[in-house]
Design a protein around this ligand. Structure first.
Ligand SMILES: NC(=O)c1ccc[n+]([C@@H]2O[C@H](COP(=O)([O-])OP(=O)(O)OC[C@H]3O[C@@H](n4cnc5c(N)ncnc54)[C@H](O)[C@@H]3O)[C@@H](O)[C@H]2O)c1
Length: 369
């Protein structure tokens, strides 16, 4: 993900009239091969395997930290204590306790902190949000959102840190994909009140990459059947996070149905926005979206299709604009409170699955699982 960020900063000039210049000046990674890749980035002044050198580097005022989940707390806290602003990666700490500590430190030290989640910056999700806020949907009947991967269906795929609880966290796939799924619902004020979780470990052993086998002990798939309060109504919201969803390659989707209208979007069909209209006949209408619904205009023409590097760049632009006080009414990155709220949901999901119970989500304290 560090390379994705470098690539976005490398074409910052593509953002039209963006008020704040940004340059990648320092990079830290323990792996020399990864580090040498950044030799090709002309703005980089420092390449180091010692993160303390990066934190002491004068031209660094914001640090993007993309590390395995077990390292989030230690490094996020050190970035904040060094007086730098932070763009953290999800899940923003390996568990609820870590997320609480990071949020508290960010508040206490007064740093500008946000968490990564780029998919909602695509034009499709932006239109979904607009449709919901317009009130055109009437009374909301139900919400479905998800993020689906499938490469783990291959049992010969070697193990890595994301498939081991000690590095990825007890929350497994929820830590990997859950923040992406909850970003838009939480921003719309849809905080699950209670939930029932179905968690699955499907492939439990993988090649260790050294000729042997290693235990793969994380949750592969999670379905959270949640209840949210919208006005005076209790509304079902289903959240899917799956590493083993056959045929799905990074499919992010959201669907919102109401009594007067509906809206759905999936990255599987990147340009298509579906809106439901009920005027005599009931019909789903497809609109082809181009680049022009991006929050930050770029040199790319309005008819062209956006992709992953584009929404990642838009997310970084939102971070920089909000930090500079010029986000205005545009969509912003995940806040520390939203990242923490996602952990309250994941924590309740672990409790639910452990006890086969419906659990209330308590947004104020850490509860033992
Ligand atoms: N926003 C997204 O779409 C997205 C996608 C993938 C991963 N992520 C998140 O990004 C983070 C990193 O995931 P990734 O896929 O880039 O992982 P990765 O394993 O590809 O990269 C992690 C890098 O960290 C380096 N590293 C490990 N320990 C280090 C240390 N102590 N000091 C310095 N460098 C160290 C490794 O050498 C490696 O290059 C995770 O939080 C993950 O959830 C986000």
């Amino acid at each position: 993900m560090g390379k994705e960020a470098a690539s976005a900063f490398g074409r910052w000039f593509a953002l039209n009239n963006f008020p704040t210049p940004v340059a990648l000046t320092a990079v830290c990674d323990l792996n020399p091969e990864v580090l040498s890749w950044y030799d090709a980035v002309p703005s980089v002044e420092l390449l180091t395997t010692n993160y303390k050198e990066l934190l002491a580097h004068a031209s660094v005022d914001v640090v993007y930290v993309a590390l395995p989940h077990n390292l989030h707390k230690k490094y996020y806290l050190e970035v904040l204590e060094a007086g730098k602003d932070l763009l953290g990666e999800k899940p923003f700490g390996i568990d609820l306790e870590a997320a609480l500590e990071i949020k508290e430190a960010a508040d206490k030290l007064g740093r500008f902190v946000r968490c990564s989640s780029e998919m909602p910056f695509l034009p499709g999700p932006q239109r979904v949000i607009k449709e919901v806020l317009s009130g055109r949907l009437g009374q909301i009947i139900e919400i479905k959102a998800g993020f689906l991967h499938s490469s783990d269906l291959d049992p010969t795929k070697p193990i890595n840190w994301k498939r081991q609880t000690q590095f990825c966290g007890e929350i497994g796939v929820m830590g990997d994909l859950g923040m992406h799924v909850l970003h838009v619902p939480l921003r719309l004020g849809w905080k699950p009140k209670r939930l029932y979780a179905q968690l699955q470990k499907i492939i439990t052993e993988r090649p260790d990459g050294k000729g042997g086998k290693a235990e793969c002990d994380t949750w592969n798939n999670a379905i959270l059947n949640t209840q949210v309060e919208i006005g005076t109504e209790e509304v079902p919201m289903t959240l899917e996070m799956k590493r083993i969803a056959p045929g799905e390659t990074n499919t992010w989707y959201i669907e919102v149905l109401g009594t007067k209208g509906g809206v759905k979007y999936s990255t599987k069909d990147t340009k298509a926005l579906w809106t439901f209209i009920c005027e005599g006949e009931q019909l789903w209408q497809r609109t082809d979206l181009g680049f022009k619904g991006m929050p930050f205009p770029t040199i790319t023409g309005g008819i062209f299709e956006p992709g992953f590097p584009d929404c990642f760049m838009q997310m970084l632009a939102a971070y920089v604009a909000e930090r500079a006080g010029v986000l205005n009414d545009r969509f912003g990155c995940v806040t520390p409170q939203e990242a923490l709220d996602s952990h309250y949901v994941f924590n309740a999901a672990l409790r639910s699955f452990a006890g086969h119970t419906v659990e209330n989500v308590h947004y104020y304290q850490a509860e033992p699982v």
